[in-house]
Design a protein around this ligand. Structure first.
Ligand code: SF4
Length: 407
């Protein structure tokens, strides 16, 4: 494939282990080049090092080489926070260890994965020094680990064999949607249908290109043998009027959802990119419930605006300005909005009456789900910008209609 696939579309594989377990050497073995700084001095990796590559037959992957556990230095706690973030977003977790010093840190990590129901692969590295005993292997298996590899990352003669075993284990552990192509919109219509996409080109649109959700939707529909017409919102009516047959589906950016619904005859199904992505990368029923809790907000409630990446906020920024304005107008309540960007999620999540998340186009499904799961676990409703906009515009039921049978 290519080196330009965004991180959110790559299988994210996080490498964990104690300091000096050989994580960086293992990554270099897979990458076939010097990616991480390796040295026999414990704790060489401080921040997570990311390496994007193509790993056939899986496709584009992103390795995250995390700081080692058991770092007793002053910066250790900070490094572990970054490792925790990688743990939340990783699709596949790989724990590197050695038979020579397998111990409590290994056990604690593997039990945590088991408690969190996270699938993990264990790699016993440096087998030239020591092989794991049968008891040790049984202990690892008792933690629910079925995929255990034994290798020496520095053994170049065994490189191909070791990489092949690693890929086999990855294929077993990768989420199903990496192995099977999960449709974005193509399953909502019959093959050879005509679908109209409405994409506003405003000051928030990136210069010279369409944004990723639009590009992915076009590709998905083409993969399902559909015909796609892409229009700006002001041309939509005219295109619709000139069609011999009505389109099978209309999909719009949430910011123009009210206009789109008012111009779309009742018999034409319509929805938004936000809802498509909520289904693909999140939990559509839960996010729908979250959207309806906007009706119950009270004066003084705190709302978290969570953005999946940091970006330069423009005038009338959607998260900082437009959404708070819409929700205040719709509810008539005196509400407080806090904004968090990037991989950060606040520790005081329980203080919030609602989490309003962006579309999360830069996050992979695992990270989106872990944010949703954390909010659900703490009993904090969560929805996304697009669904909140559709609710405040009085059209949420209409744009959810194409998914009725699935909810
Ligand atoms: S803020 Fe969210 S929706 Fe916007 S670009 Fe970043 S991840 Fe994508």
């Amino acid at each position: 494939m290519n080196q330009t696939a965004p991180k959110s579309l790559r299988l994210q594989i996080a490498l964990f282990g104690k300091v000096n377990a050989g994580k960086s050497s293992f990554l270099n073995l897979v990458a076939g080049q010097q990616v991480s700084i390796t040295s026999p001095i414990a704790g060489t990796t401080t921040d997570a090092v990311e390496k994007a590559m193509e790993l056939l037959p899986l496709g584009p992957v992103l390795f995250i080489d995390c700081a080692g556990y058991g770092d007793e230095t002053a910066l250790g706690a900070e490094r572990m926070k970054k490792s925790d973030l990688a743990y939340s977003r990783a699709d596949v977790i790989v724990w590197l260890t050695n038979a020579s010093d397998f111990g409590d840190i290994d056990r604690r990590f593997l039990r945590k994965c088991s408690d969190d129901k996270r699938k993990v692969m264990v790699v016993f590295n440096k087998i030239d020094l020591n092989l794991p005993s049968d008891d040790m292997l049984a202990e690892v298996k008792n933690c629910g680990v079925s995929d255990i590899l034994l290798l020496n990352s520095l053994d170049s003669a065994a490189r191909e064999k070791n990489i092949a075993s690693f890929k086999q284990a990855l294929i077993k552990l990768a989420p199903e949607d990496f192995i099977v192509n999960v449709p974005l919109a193509g399953d909502l219509v019959e093959p050879h249908s005509h679908v109209i996409l409405i994409t506003p080109i405003d000051i928030e649109a990136p210069k010279g290109r369409l944004i990723m959700p639009q590009v992915q939707t076009i590709r998905d529909l083409l993969d399902h043998d559909c015909t796609v017409t892409v229009v700006k919102e002001n041309d939509y009516c005219c295109v619709l009027e000139n069609l011999k047959n009505p389109p099978s589906l209309v999909i719009c950016d949430s910011q123009v959802v009210k206009k789109m619904v008012s111009e779309t005859p009742e018999n034409i199904p319509c929805t938004t990119f936000s809802i498509l992505f909520s289904r693909l990368k999140g939990d559509l029923p839960l996010m729908t419930c979250g959207a309806y809790t906007i009706n119950n907000l009270k004066d003084g409630d705190k709302i978290l605006i969570a953005e999946g990446c940091t970006h330069h906020a423009v005038e009338d920024d959607i998260g900082r300005v437009k959404i708070p304005r819409l929700i205040r107008q719709y509810t008539g309540r005196d509400l407080q909005f806090d904004v968090y960007s990037g991989h950060d999620y606040p520790e005081n999540l329980k203080e919030y009456a609602l989490v309003l998340h962006c579309g999360g186009c830069m996050l992979n499904r695992r990270e989106n789900l872990s944010r949703i799961e954390l909010a659900a676990h703490l009993g904090v409703p969560i929805t996304n910008y697009g669904m909140a906009i559709s609710l405040t515009q009085g059209v949420l039921n209409r744009v959810l209609f194409p998914f009725q049978k699935m909810m």
